[in-house]
Design a protein around this ligand. Structure first.
Ligand code: T5A
Length: 210
């Protein structure tokens, strides 16, 4: 089973990924957790280039192709082999991030994004994608709470950019059945409960509810 988490920065994905990982481990399932960009040696090196604030001259086309390169490596080196071994794979971001951030956010042609996304992911489509939805105002509030940590190259983007990304995500979720949109301002526990319920629904045989 391949599960992905999406949403604008600070929406609470990583928190939920960690809880879901613990849930599967407690159920005796083998789980592989990955993050994007990153997850392999090569992909982590690409991540450093992408998020480094010194690279302010990076063009949006370059940015998109670097995210795609990182993903192409991750899919072939980690995701496909894990799924073949029946390991549950949970990814903190995947190709929808490129559609939302580089497509809707930066304004790159969505049809071109779709072609390159397909090439990078090699038909490895998530079984379920949780979109943790928060407003840009909530994102800013959470960002302010983390003022001790230096923001990366993408986190310093404008509110208008984040608004476009959020709207893009909601549009995608409306078009594709695999998405589950969750209000990210609910408590961490409540969101986790919703996630478990949805996974149980789609994969009855995978999770022993008793
Ligand atoms: N990107 C990525 C692209 O532009 N294109 C792409 O194709 C891809 C793959 C990645 C950046 O790259 C961009 C998107 C990103 O800008 P990253 O460092 O991996 O950079 O950043 P994020 O994926 O955004 O991860 P973050 O850690 O910043 O945010 P999360 O994972 O959404 O949130 P989390 O769980 O760390 O929580 C954020 C804060 O909110 C609190 C947490 O305690 C934490 O302080 N929180 C809650 N507060 C209230 N209520 C809740 N329910 C909460 N849940 C968590």
């Amino acid at each position: 089973m391949f599960i992905t988490f999406e949403g604008i920065d600070f929406c609470g994905k990583s928190t939920q990924v960690e809880l879901l990982q613990k849930f599967f481990i407690n159920k005796g399932r083998e789980v592989k957790v990955i993050r994007e960009p990153g997850g392999t040696l090569i992909s982590e090196r690409i991540r450093d280039i992408l998020l480094d604030r010194k690279n302010s001259e990076m063009k949006m086309e370059t940015e998109f192709l670097l995210f795609s390169s990182s993903r192409a490596q991750l899919v072939r080196e980690i995701i496909i082999p894990a799924l073949e071994k029946n390991i549950v794979v949970i990814s903190d971001r995947f190709h929808d991030s490129s559609t939302a951030y580089q497509g809707f956010g930066r304004g790159l042609d969505i049809s071109k994004i779709n072609v390159i996304n397909s090439f990078a992911i090699s038909n490895v489509i998530p079984d379920i994608t949780f979109l943790i939805d928060i407003s840009v105002e909530e994102c800013l509030k959470r960002k302010a709470l983390r003022s001790n940590i230096e923001l990366d190259r993408i986190e310093i983007s404008s509110n208008t950019f984040y608004q476009k990304v959020r709207e893009g995500y909601l549009k995608l979720a409306n078009e594709e059945k695999r998405f589950v949109v969750i209000n990210g301002t609910q408590s961490i526990e409540k969101i986790h409960k919703i996630i478990i319920e949805r996974i149980s629904l789609i994969k009855k045989g995978l999770i022993d509810e008793n």
